[in-house]
Ligand binder design. Structure first.
Ligand code: C5P
Length: 239
């Protein structure tokens, strides 16, 4: 298996109880990266992150922190101390909170002897539709320009990357070259069920568009043979 392809894929452990998630990961030893979201973290707490790391996995802790600067800093300090290497924060928390979060995460990882984590900004959740976004939040700017505005705010506050739709990657990558991370969910291998994802790309298309890593959930976790589904995604990227 191509090493670098496997490192590009982050498997989202959604809809699983902590024991199921740990069992799933043990059954697919080729996995390198896993995403722990709110659902799994609220059920399993920091222990589930520690146990995944004990299994040798790298952890994307997707808790989308959004709070005052001191609280954002404290949350990121704890996440980095746990060994999470990718950590999400909401860009709309603002530059002071983003800077505080970034500094706290770096200091804490370094003090614990962990690799430097990358904070990832969430811009506009893709569950918003443009009309409701404008009317409910009274934000006049179109989502299409609000997303790059928030990405630029995050980058200028020292945040190392963004989570974005594969359809936003090309525009963001043209403004934010590597090593700025652009991590994309909404990935479906050719022929896979869309589920509730509307705007998708295949793994190879998303990497070609400028994604640095891909978040893939159900096409792997709900597959009859998750190991084979993961290997097929890696093979697509390697070819
Ligand atoms: O199963 P699926 O591949 O659709 O999972 C995608 C993962 O990425 C889920 O954890 C979902 O919450 C997350 N995500 C997303 N769209 C976003 C942000 C995160 O699908 N805009």
């Amino acid at each position: 298996m191509n090493r670098s392809a496997a490192d590009r894929i982050i498997v989202a452990l959604d809809g699983m109880a902590p024991e199921q998630a740990l069992g799933f990961v043990a059954a697919v030893p080729e996995l390198r990266w896993v995403k722990v979201g709110l659902e799994l973290f609220v059920a399993g707490g920091p222990d589930v992150v520690r146990q995944l790391r004990d299994q040798g996995k790298r952890v994307f802790l997707d808790l989308k922190f959004h709070d005052i600067p001191a609280t954002m800093a404290g949350a990121c300090r704890s996440a980095a101390r746990l060994g999470a290497e990718l950590i999400t924060v909401h860009a709309c928390a603002g530059s002071e909170a983003l800077r505080a979060a970034q500094d706290a995460a770096m200091d804490s990882a370094s003090a614990a002897g962990h690799p430097a984590p990358t904070l990832l900004a969430v811009t506009v959740l893709t569950s918003w539709d443009a009309a409701r976004f404008a009317s409910e939040l009274a934000i006049k700017e179109p989502v299409a320009s609000y997303v790059p505005r928030l990405a630029a705010l995050a980058a200028s506050a020292g945040i190392g990357g963004c989570v974005c739709s594969p359809l936003e990657v090309m525009a963001l990558r043209s403004v934010h070259p590597e090593p700025f991370a652009l991590i994309t969910p909404g990935i479906r291998p050719a022929g896979a069920a869309l589920g509730d994802q509307q705007r998708v790309m295949t793994p190879a298309e998303a990497i070609a568009a400028g994604s640095s890593q891909l978040v893939i959930g159900r096409p792997i976790t709900a597959a009859q043979d998750p190991g084979a589904a993961f290997a097929a995604c890696c093979a697509e990227l390697a070819s």
